[in-house]
Design a protein around this ligand. Structure first.
Ligand code: NAD
Length: 363
């Protein structure tokens, strides 16, 4: 029998991300030690509406290192909000940031770090994974731009499972599928490597098992731990290798039709993977093996059903004539993808995602 190479896709380059990670239950209590380790003396705490109380607790834990609070973070990191926070940073002579929240709050911390290079401690409360990436998306005058800069990488990330317990079941599911999408696309990135692929498969296994269990019982600590672990690994994947059709399409759909981030990712993923499947038989085989299923896109759509995700983009309020518009936008802005983009193929993909149909048959 021929020898099967495990470390496929040779040669490869692997670069480790430098962020220090603390993972466990109750780990938010380590925020003071981390602030001290990073020599932060005047800390601004960033948070969103659901985290007023926990932000107060953390502020008191920080003691005389606490300088103030900013709670104005918004989805897609509007530059106007960043500028407002920058004024406060200057006024309070802030020298460090602690952010508690999802991708939107993390985005604000990263936007501030980009401009004034402040050290960041991030306490994620969703599964978006932004805290692990040197990527920042910002919006100005309705236009979203994405940059990659090592300055935005947080110094410390504290994954405290307890902070995810009150993430509502519906949001937990779609946020987790957003993470699954990072890991899936990492498997066929042009700069894929065996280390990241191993993390990606483990991430997908953890999330696909944990998310339906969280939907049944959001207080299931074991499932919450597995989902957060999977989300961390997915964030490493997103931050380490390039993404393709799925992410670019969600970016276009979200930006053009103002669709919610995580829900859009959850709906599109099975269809984008089915589109790419003929060009990536090795990836499909690895995923089928990892998940113990025959048809991977259908299995992922089945997870969507179990977590109660919206069925199609129509349910998110996308107009039907948006299908053709999205096709043209995707074709006008070509990018790296394992299977070349065709007008007909893209139209079918987006129409299926719009209607909530089964993904194209990939067997
Ligand atoms: P989010 O941060 O906007 O949070 C979604 C909603 O859930 C908000 O209303 C928030 O207040 C609430 N919420 C968050 N945690 C909660 C909790 N534990 N309990 C109750 N409610 C809670 O959404 P998100 O999906 O985490 O992040 C999306 C944003 O992050 C987008 O702007 C996206 O572009 C960005 N993002 C960036 C990267 C990157 O690498 N740059 C990666 C992923 C996502």
């Amino acid at each position: 029998m021929a020898y099967e190479v495990i470390s496929t896709r040779l040669p490869f380059v692997y670069e480790a991300l430098p962020t220090r990670v603390i993972f466990g239950s109750g780990m938010r209590a380590s925020v003071h030690d981390e602030a001290s380790r990073l020599n932060m003396k005047r800390i601004l705490v960033l948070h969103g509406p659901p985290h007023v109380e926990i932000a107060d607790v953390i502020a008191s834990q920080l003691g005389d290192r606490y300088a103030g609070t900013f709670s104005g973070a918004r989805m897609h990191t509007p530059v106007a909000v960043t500028e407002e926070a920058l004024l406060l940073v200057a006024q309070l002579q802030v020298d460090g940031l602690v952010a508690i929240g999802g991708g939107s709050t993390t985005g604000l911390a990263k936007a501030l770090a980009l401009r004034i290079d402040l050290p960041q401690i991030i306490l994620p409360t969703t599964y978006a994974g932004s805290e692990m990436t040197p990527i920042l998306g910002e919006t100005m005058d309705g236009l979203k731009t994405t940059i990659r800069n090592a300055k935005v990488l947080p110094e410390t990330v504290i994954y405290d499972i307890d902070l995810t317990l009150d993430l509502p079941a519906g949001l937990s599911g779609v946020s987790g599928m957003n993470a699954v999408a990072h890991a899936v696309e990492a498997l066929y990135a042009t700069n894929a490597n065996p280390v990241i692929s191993a993390l990606a498969l483990q991430s997908i296994r953890s999330l696909v098992r944990a998310l339906p269990a969280i939907h049944v019982d959001p207080s299931n600590r074991g499932a919450r731990a597995d989902a957060l672990y999977g989300a961390w690994l997915a964030g490493i994947c997103l931050g380490s290798v390039g993404m393709a059709l799925h992410h670019k399409l969600c970016h276009t759909l979200g930006g053009t039709f103002d669709l919610p981030h995580a829900e859009t990712h959850a709906i599109v993923l099975p269809h984008a993977l089915a589109y790419n499947a003929p060009a990536i038989p090795d990836v499909i085989a690895a995923l089928a093996d990892a998940l113990g299923v025959d048809n991977v896109p259908v299995a992922l759509q089945d997870v969507n059903r179990k977590i109660g995700a919206p069925r199609g983009l129509r349910e998110l309020g996308m107009p039907e004539d948006g299908i053709s518009r999205a096709v043209e936008l995707a074709l006008a802005n070509p990018y790296q993808n394992p299977r070349p983009l065709t007008r007909e193929g893209l139209h079918q993909l987006i129409a299926r995602a719009y209607n909530g149909d089964l993904p194209a048959d990939v067997r």
